[in-house]
Design a binder for this molecule. Structure first.
Ligand code: NAG
Length: 229
């Protein structure tokens, strides 16, 4: 009987039973999928920066072999709808997970979420700040409505995609004028959300006639996942 570590040097379907375990971590979910085509979606061990690390490998969608990052609402509820008061900070993907994505040289990404996202400033100042990572290079980029959001500046997911935003203007707007905002009715480059700070009434906030719904936001859904390979 050969030790699993010995077998791992020469992958065959014979060692599928142990590949992805602590004694025989895979190099990645994609490696596991390539060696063991029939492996089910589940948690497996992969090796990252010399450490064994447990990760959920999604083997069923888009060819499989994806490492999954992000959050679902087990233990959390995301039901902020047209919220103009609650200040919330949400870490979707933390810094060590982004580092792992870089270390493992992932270059393909899929964002999947059922979240409805909207944020606006309408004749108001909205201090909310969102942190994104560009795809596929993972450059950290802030996304916010700068200064005074003239007549109705709103960002949201465009119809049919969740890895970018569009900016919906009123007669005048801050679209295309900083803060990472795309041009009016244009699209941003693809990204995923790393962290969110919604603060419609926080430090620096102001709203015409104290109508705080001018700074309202929506983050409503049950999961936000980023798949990488
Ligand atoms: C980052 O998130 C992962 C997955 O939820 C968790 O295991 C890890 O402890 C977090 N790291 C930090 C530094 O918060």
């Amino acid at each position: 009987q050969l030790h699993p570590l010995y077998l791992s040097g020469c992958p065959t379907t014979a060692n599928c039973g142990s590949l992805g375990t602590p004694t025989n971590p895979a190099l990645s979910c994609e490696h596991l999928k390539s060696v063991c085509a029939d492996t089910a979606s589940d948690f497996y061990y992969i090796e990252s920066a010399g450490l064994y690390h447990k990760v959920f490998c999604e083997m069923d969608i888009e060819g499989g072999g994806w490492a999954r990052y992000g959050r679902s609402n087990q233990g959390t509820t995301w039901n902020y709808v047209d919220e103009d008061a609650a200040e919330i900070t949400l870490d979707i993907i933390n810094a060590s997970e982004v580092k792992e994505m870089t270390d493992l040289k992932y270059n393909r990404f899929l964002v999947q979420t059922d979240v409805v996202f909207k944020m606006k400033a309408d004749d108001s100042v909205n201090p909310s700040r969102l942190t994104t990572r560009s795809l596929p290079w993972l450059e950290e980029s802030p996304l916010f409505i700068p200064d005074y959001g003239n007549d109705h500046t709103r960002i949201e997911f465009p119809s049919g995609s969740v890895d970018r935003v569009t900016c919906i203007p009123g007669s005048s707007s801050k679209c295309g004028q900083g803060g990472g905002l795309p041009t009016a009715n244009g699209l941003s480059k693809p990204f995923f959300f790393q962290s969110l700070f919604f603060s419609p009434r926080g430090t620096g906030a102001s709203a015409h006639n104290d109508q705080w719904n001018r700074n309202k936001y929506t983050w409503d859904g049950s999961y936000y996942f980023v798949y990488a390979k």
